[in-house]
Write a protein that binds this ligand. Structure first.
Ligand code: F0G
Length: 449
């Protein structure tokens, strides 16, 4: 049976393709940085899957039921109980989004000179570790760097490397993080066996294990599909087992929470939770709302249940696979196998004539906008080039918002990318003319070489 969307469309939002000359002028004005484009000049927006999803009628109904009490909001208790049910952690601390969860956790737990290992940090997580004057160290398995290798769990952490690091430097490691799914390495999943082994190493060295759980439901779906022994388990059962191996999680609810804003920290340790709440009150808000409105907590409690529905995940991940396979079959160099939330172009193989110093992935991002009004994002040397380790992957990420686009939209994207690939030799590199000291990719201005 085809994996079709388990919903129909009740409200539509018009989109418009602005003329090519306007796209060219707009991009120049934006400093060849698509973060600076007004959304109205974008036709298909694959910049991110974060906060861009559609809410369901139940979530919109929840918005109307939201309890805006400053203290003890009923919406908070519903969110807390849902998180306890799916994550199994006692303490639930709401924040305005994922990076705020990172902020309050790291402010309480990470100190200057320390090292935070992760399978792979995403940009904001890395920036928050570095903001604490600590080192963010990526320990992903080697296959993650081979974009054509078809291994089923390329998001895994290298457990032996983690064990070596902890044997040598345990005193410098406040916590270990595992990002599910591994966004920077292509939305690739982490298998349960790897999580179990990681937990055993953490236990041996007495270091807490935290998950960056932004896409935990998609990760759980891959475990069910690809890992022996999980075919008959529900997504919630798989998520529960995942979190059981750890001590806590940070969550950007803008992804698998199916809401437009929100996040939380969830954890077991009451003492650490208390220290986090002190930072929460200073930077986010009172502990029963943190950084969220009551209505947003209500919608999130519902969204967490919806994102763990198997029919929804089958259609969502089927859509990503459809775009990935269509491009792959046409010979376009895409990261394989398809991940959970996005399709990634390998810019080094797509445009080998552009030297690494000239931001080949950013050049593709700009060309795709001019070609077809499609906005995507660079995940390569513009995003990560300033950290000590220079990035080993040069990717263009086409992130698919949840429950927003049809496969016809994605076919339009595929045709535009294939057309661009056919004229790839005409694409020129870029150089930076202005950059900020942190997270430069959001505001940098560039020009073609
Ligand atoms: N962790 C991961 C794995 C993420 O992908 C993100 C955000 C965050 C943490 C931070 O969460 O945005 O709610 O503050 N990723 C978005 C993206 C921005 O486009 O992939 P946030």
């Amino acid at each position: 049976m085809r994996e079709i969307e388990p919903y129909k469309i009740k409200m539509v939002e018009p989109i418009r393709l602005v003329p090519r000359a306007e796209r060219e002028a707009g991009l120049r004005e934006a400093g060849f940085n698509v973060f600076q484009l007004p959304a109205a000049s974008v036709y298909i927006d694959l910049l991110t899957d974060s906060g861009t999803g559609s809410m369901s009628q139940d979530q919109w109904a929840g918005i109307m039921r939201g309890d805006e009490s400053y203290a003890g909001s009923g919406s908070f208790y519903r969110l807390r109980d849902t998180v306890r049910e799916i994550f199994g952690y006692e303490h639930v601390i709401p924040t305005h989004q994922g990076r705020a969860a990172e902020h309050v956790l790291f402010a309480a737990a990470v100190h200057p000179g320390q090292i935070v290992p992760n399978n792979m940090h995403f940009d904001t997580t890395r920036a928050h570790v570095e903001h604490r004057k600590a080192e963010a160290r990526d320990l992903v398995v080697e296959e993650a760097y081979d974009t054509s290798c078809e291994s089923p769990f390329k998001g895994d952490i290298d457990v032996e490397a983690l064990d070596r690091l902890l044997s040598a430097e345990r005193h410098r490691v406040p916590l270990v993080m595992v990002t599910i799914t591994n966004n920077s390495a292509g939305g690739q999943p982490v298998c349960m066996e790897n999580i179990r082994e990681t937990a055993a190493v953490c236990r041996k060295h007495r270091v807490p294990l935290f998950f960056d759980a932004a896409r935990f439901a998609e990760n759980s779906f891959f475990v069910k599909m690809r890992e022996a022994g999980y075919a008959d388990r529900t997504i919630v059962e798989i998520a529960r087992e995942t979190f059981e191996y750890g001590d806590g999680a940070t969550m950007s609810a803008k992804k698998d929470g199916l809401v437009n804003i929100g996040g939380f920290v969830a954890l077991r340790d009451g003492g650490l939770a208390e220290r986090i709440r002190q930072h929460l009150i200073l930077y986010e808000g009172f502990p029963t709302y943190g950084g969220m409105a009551g209505r947003d907590m209500e919608a999130l409690a519902i969204g967490l249940h919806e994102s763990t529905r198997e029919d929804y995940l089958a259609s969502r991940i089927g859509q990503i696979r459809f775009l990935c396979n269509t491009l792959h079959d046409a010979g376009v160099p895409v990261l394989r196998p398809a991940g959970g939330h996005a399709v990634y172009l390998d810019a080094r193989r797509f445009a080998p004539h552009i030297p690494p110093a000239e931001f080949p992935a950013q050049a593709l991002v700009c060309e795709l906008y001019v070609e077809a009004g499609i906005r995507v994002v660079e995940v390569g040397s513009l995003m990560f080039g300033k950290s000590k380790e220079s990035p080993r992957l040069e990717l263009v990420r086409m992130a698919v918002p949840r429950r927003v686009y049809t496969n016809d939209h994605l076919m339009y994207v595929a045709e535009a990318v294939i057309k661009l690939y056919k004229r790839r030799n005409s694409i020129r590199g870029m150089r930076i003319v202005h950059e900020a000291p942190v997270l430069r990719h959001f505001t940098a201005r560039l020009e073609p070489v």
